[in-house]
Design a protein around this ligand. Structure first.
Ligand code: ADP
Ligand code: TZD
Length: 583
């Protein structure tokens, strides 16, 4: 078996593709691989593990890929997922496409079958033209056809995944390349250590000045932070800029925690008011996509002017005219903004440089936002404080929030429809990059993969708050969580259905799921702790206990089957019959 042989032991000072791939990954600091074993990568995974790379074996490639993607988001280093050919590759592709959509750096490495047979469609085991299949859904896709190209191929993949706008890269490794031999000396020379894989991209001074002018002259400015801002790890610079300018900010879902949710300048509780009335909005690592209603009325005003800070030049003007684009990486942009702000706040500098406008605090605007916030918070409190039986989304999330209140370093994974929408609003975040959710696609199935990836790279506890339908997409990974004894607590909001349950006694509808399923038994089969929580004190107690144990646990939180609305907060996106509307 090749995996048992070191390069030195090979006949005639030869090495092979297996060893070269592992060496190239190690040389570039890849310390973890997520995957599912099989032909032709089993020996590759064995060798990687023997050579000190941590390996997490999953039950399905989609979850392995999701773990790699979120590891990439959290560390700024591409997460690596390895899969077998054709079906394994396609399973992993969902995660790669999702990573690309969300701008997470990830590399999917798949073994592939004999090129000669694949290209003539002669019917090989797991035959597929994987490179062609991957290309439309990846930021970049490459194939390594010769062992001497392994070093450069992996280098290209790392750079493509992490530089500029990060994304998913597909790397095709033919079975033949893995088994091919190469002279040790030539092999050594062929390895490439990537220098500066994601170089800073400072903005043009003129662009920064243009944006600053617009911001300083705004009466009702608003900063919107997206997950690109969280990814950039410029937390301190962003926070200080917002605090020094006194502007309100709105975090997108995964940007919660760059500034804590209870920050006095957060406009989250007055979101529609702030968006609808701002005269200048600065988007920081947030796209004007469906999650921001494309920047269009009725949520937005026609007259609002935009500053957009983004690393991708083609993102600018994607939905609305951007008055002040600032193309660059967020860290460098905020460095430049701070320099301009320091000048702006100094009367002495302004005397000598009158073109630098004074940044004034907009007290009336902040007061108005504050009043709306207060009103909305009071309204929400009534809903949150109710304690219906069975629990509903608000009360169950309050119970979860109470258990998390003293544990700011817990990572929160969240998916579902109502579970996601209510969860985003009710679970406050205190630290950056600690909320990981369905993201740009609103995809189901990220739950267990993200939870495992987050636990793997941070070593911190993770709470996955899952709709019962959402959980099903990756539920078998509970075994993976138990096998690696990861500190992941999964809370299932069980209301017997996609969005909600069917009426008692009725046949199962397209959205119905088994009534009163005992999900907690799943984890018990694997030696984890299962809880059945039917009220809020029970849910808080179960979650506190599970977190204190530091061990895998699953809480089946029983929610009223009538709670929840179809599609959560995005019901309007369901197409309506034009015929029915005419009637
Ligand atoms: P959200 O869903 O939170 O609104 P999006 O995923 O829509 O956020 O937007 C993220 C944006 O951040 C993308 O347009 C991406 O190009 C950008 N981005 C990612 N990393 C950086 C970075 N380091 N500097 C600047 N922009 C970045
Ligand atoms: N498949 C995939 C991959 N992603 C999706 N988003 C969907 C299907 C459709 N879908 C949603 O948009 S939310 C959802 C599905 C199936 C599940 C909602 O039910 P839930 O959550 O039990 O997870 P709530 O909290 O009960 O609404």
């Amino acid at each position: 078996m090749v995996g048992d042989m070191s390069a030195e032991e090979m006949p005639g000072d030869m090495t092979d593709g297996f060893h070269l791939v592992v060496e190239a990954l190690k040389l570039n600091g890849v310390d973890t691989i997520y995957g599912v074993a099989g032909i032709p990568i089993t020996d590759l995974l064995r060798l990687a593990q023997a050579e000190g790379i941590r390996y997490f074996g999953f039950r399905h490639e989609q979850s392995a890929g999701n773990a790699a993607a979120i590891a990439g988001y959290l560390t700024q280093k591409p997460g690596v997922c390895m899969t077998v050919s054709a079906p394994g590759f396609l399973n992993g592709m969902v995660a790669l496409a999702n990573a690309t959509t969300n701008c997470f750096p990830m590399i999917l490495i798949s073994g592939s079958s004999d090129r000669a047979i694949v290209d003539l469609e002669q019917g090989d085991y797991e035959e597929m033209d994987q490179l062609a299949a991957a290309r439309p859904y990846a930021k970049a896709a490459y194939r390594i056809n010769r062992p001497q190209d392994i070093g450069i191929g992996i280098a290209r993949a790392i750079r493509a995944a992490s530089s500029g706008r990060p994304g998913g890269v597909y790397l095709d490794l033919t079975a033949e390349v893995l088994g091919s031999a190469l002279d040790v000396e030539a092999a050594k020379k062929s390895l490439v250590k990537v220098v500066d894989p994601a170089p800073p991209q400072p903005p043009a001074l003129e662009a920064v000045r243009r944006a600053f002018d617009l911001l300083a002259n705004a009466q009702r400015p608003l900063v919107i932070l997206g997950k690109g801002a969280a990814y950039a790890q410029a937390d301190k610079q962003i926070r200080e800029f917002i605090e020094k300018t006194g502007m309100p900010f709105l975090p997108m879902s995964m940007a919660k925690g760059i500034l804590p949710d209870d920050h006095p300048q957060s406009a989250a509780a007055a979101r529609s008011y702030a968006i609808g009335n701002a005269d200048v909005v600065m988007l920081v690592g947030a796209r004007l996509n469906w999650l921001l209603s494309h920047g269009r009325p009725p949520l937005w005003s026609e007259g609002t002017r935009f500053i957009q800070v983004d690393i991708s030049p083609t993102e600018i003007d994607s939905n609305r005219a951007i008055a002040a684009p600032v193309v660059g990486d967020i860290r460098s942009v905020f460095f430049a903004l701070h320099a301009t702000l320091a000048m702006s706040l100094s009367p002495k500098v302004r005397e000598t440089l009158p073109q630098v406008p004074e940044m004034k605090r907009q007290a009336a605007w902040m007061d108005e936002i504050g009043k709306r916030k207060q009103r909305n918070i009071e309204r929400m409190a009534a809903r949150l404080n109710a304690d219906p039986s069975p629990m509903n989304f608000s009360s169950a999330l309050r119970a979860v929030r109470n258990a998390l209140a003293t544990q700011p370093d817990v990572y929160v994974v969240n998916e579902g429809a109502n579970t996601l929408d209510f969860g985003r609003n009710i679970i406050d975040m205190d630290q950056p990059r600690h909320r990981l959710d369905s993201g740009t696609w609103g995809v189901m199935g990220i739950g267990m993969g993200y939870a495992i990836g987050a636990a793997a790279v941070t070593g911190k506890p993770v709470v996955a708050i899952e709709g019962d339908s959402a959980f099903g997409f990756s539920g078998m990974e509970i075994e993976t969580i138990c096998r690696y004894e990861l500190p992941v607590v999964t809370v299932i909001f069980n209301n017997n259905g996609v969005y909600r349950g069917d009426a008692p006694g009725s046949a199962y509808s397209p959205t119905g799921l088994l009534r009163d399923a005992r999900y907690e038994k799943i984890i018990e089969a694997f030696g984890g702790a299962g809880y059945h929580a039917t009220d809020t004190p029970g849910l808080t107690k179960a979650l506190s206990e599970a977190l204190a144990s530091g061990k895998p646990a699953l809480i089946n939180a029983v929610i009223d089957p009538t709670a929840g609305t179809e599609s959560g907060h995005i019901q309007s996106l369901n197409p309506r019959s034009a015929v029915a509307q005419k009637k």
